[in-house]
Design a protein around this ligand. Structure first.
Ligand code: PMP
Length: 443
């Protein structure tokens, strides 16, 4: 009998006792290929010797110092590294312990920015349906996943949602990418006009949608148009790259592929690769300058902000990625992964869409490929695929059900950046068997 409140109360969990490379090992000695990096976290896999050496050394030197008394060498170094690699203008970093905290901080930064600038009436947050920004109250209010929000709605601040840019589900037959990008982005302008342009604070979006719709990149030029709309009305653009960032899509930041620079960007997961809990907000000069010229500080703080062990993990992970040129492996293995997924599932009767970028991929399941009707939600195909995959020694991240009827069950795939072709082959083979067994179990 466990005393831990696990997410799924009635499911007996295997006990993880070790991890090496792309595999986790349970107490029975069974190994699992971590093809989802947990939840797109473990970008270097498990037990990476170069990361462990840095962590041991940092632990010997200094485990903790509160940021209202000290800065530390390792947090400064990590901030320098992040800024050196960041898009132009994102020259400031605020450290946190995870993704939700980063989103909360970014929302408060946006608010404080307008207070400092003498526009305190700006308070509206616009985000997108079928998005996930975290589970704390502000982040939950911002996300557009009704299933997650429903019970907590009375506690959530007012937010506004537009449709996502999601070609498989929302692009009309015969509609060009250009026309669709414009149609999807223009919803933002309409919403800003509806709320009153001088009342809107920020637009928040995942550059590539992760945990609600499953590895959904926008069509070309959508984000450029979004950036232009934000600029036109003085609305801040917050890109949430907690899941899709830090190399996962083949560039360090997913927004590099969109040709836009946000005002605030949240990162987490792959930043520390799971070796320590860490998240961060990257701030544009214009936000920092408003604080510097205004009250002189950001009205926020957490006990573990800038934790030296977390920073050491972040620095070690990012240095390993640089040293071993792993982003080029993400691109090469991402292409290979895509081709293998298409080969295996491209004609599969119940796979409607294979999508993603780099080593951030998803399969969306359907009941019927032509009509794109979702796989019967009550059958919980995503959970069945997870179960069959675990039985075959494979971890994939399941997400389920229809979200306002516009997306079906899917599994997210986010293997470590160190995978080679044999690893990818093993993932696709085991996933193929798991999907077929899961579908057979519904009959
Ligand atoms: N934003 C995005 C885009 C995420 O994918 C997640 C986590 N899945 C979060 C925020 C929340 O991060 P955390 O679970 O670390 O609080």
């Amino acid at each position: 009998m466990t005393h831990i409140l696990h997410r799924t109360i009635h499911t007996k969990m295997p006990v993880a006792v070790g991890g090496k490379g792309i595999e986790l090992i349970d107490a029975e000695g069974k190994t699992y290929i971590d093809a989802s990096g947990g939840a797109a976290v473990s970008c270097l896999g498990h037990g990476h010797p170069e990361v462990l050496a840095v962590l041991h050394e940092q632990l010997d030197r200094l485990a903790y110092a509160h940021t209202s008394f000290f800065t530390t060498e390792v947090t400064e170094k990590l901030a320098d590294r992040l800024v050196a690699d960041a898009p132009e203008g994102l020259n400031h970093v605020y450290f946190l312990t995870g993704g939700s905290e980063a989103v909360e901080a970014a929302l408060k930064m946006a608010r404080q920015y307008f207070v400092e600038k003498g526009e305190p009436q700006r308070r509206h947050i616009i985000a997108r349906r079928q998005s996930y920004h975290g589970n704390t109250l502000g982040a939950l209010a911002t996300g557009g996943n009704e299933w997650r929000r429903a019970q907590f709605r009375p506690l959530l601040v007012e937010t506004h949602h537009i449709d996502p840019c999601f070609a498989y589900r929302f692009q009309e037959t015969g509609e060009s990418d250009e026309a669709y990008a414009a149609r999807a982005a223009d919803q933002l302008e309409q919403k800003i006009l509806e709320l009153g342009p001088d009342q809107v604070m920020a637009f928040v979006a995942e550059t590539v949608v992760g945990a609600t719709a499953g590895a959904v990149p926008a069509v070309a030029d959508y984000f450029k148009r979004i950036r232009a709309i934000c600029d036109k009305y003085g609305v801040l653009l917050i890109l949430d790259e907690v899941m899709c960032g830090m190399g996962r899509t083949g560039t360090l930041h997913a927004c590099e592929q969109e040709g836009v620079v946000p005002d605030l960007m949240t990162i987490a997961k792959g930043l520390g690769g799971g070796y320590q809990p860490i998240g961060a907000v990257l701030l544009h000069d214009r936000i920092f300058d408003a604080f510097a010229q205004g009250s002189g500080f950001f009205h926020h703080g957490h006990t573990y902000t800038g934790h030296p062990m977390a920073a050491a993990a972040g620095l070690a992970v990012q240095e390993v990625i640089h040293r071993h040129n792993l982003l080029s492996n993400v691109v090469d293995m991402g292409d290979y992964f895509e081709s293998r997924l298409i080969e295996r599932f491209g004609n599969h009767h119940n796979v409607g869409d294979i999508r993603g970028r780099g080593l951030f991929r998803a399969l969306e399941f359907v009941g019927d490929r032509t009509s794109k009707a979702p796989f019967e939600p009550a059958l919980k195909l995503n959970a069945r695929v997870k179960k069959e995959a675990m039985a075959r020694g494979l971890m994939v991240y399941p997400m389920g059900g229809t979200v306002d009827g516009r997306a079906g069950d899917h599994v997210l795939l986010a293997p470590p950046f160190i995978v080679n072709k044999q690893d990818v082959d093993a993932i696709v083979d085991r996933l193929g068997e798991a999907v077929d067994a899961a579908i057979a179990s519904t009959r």
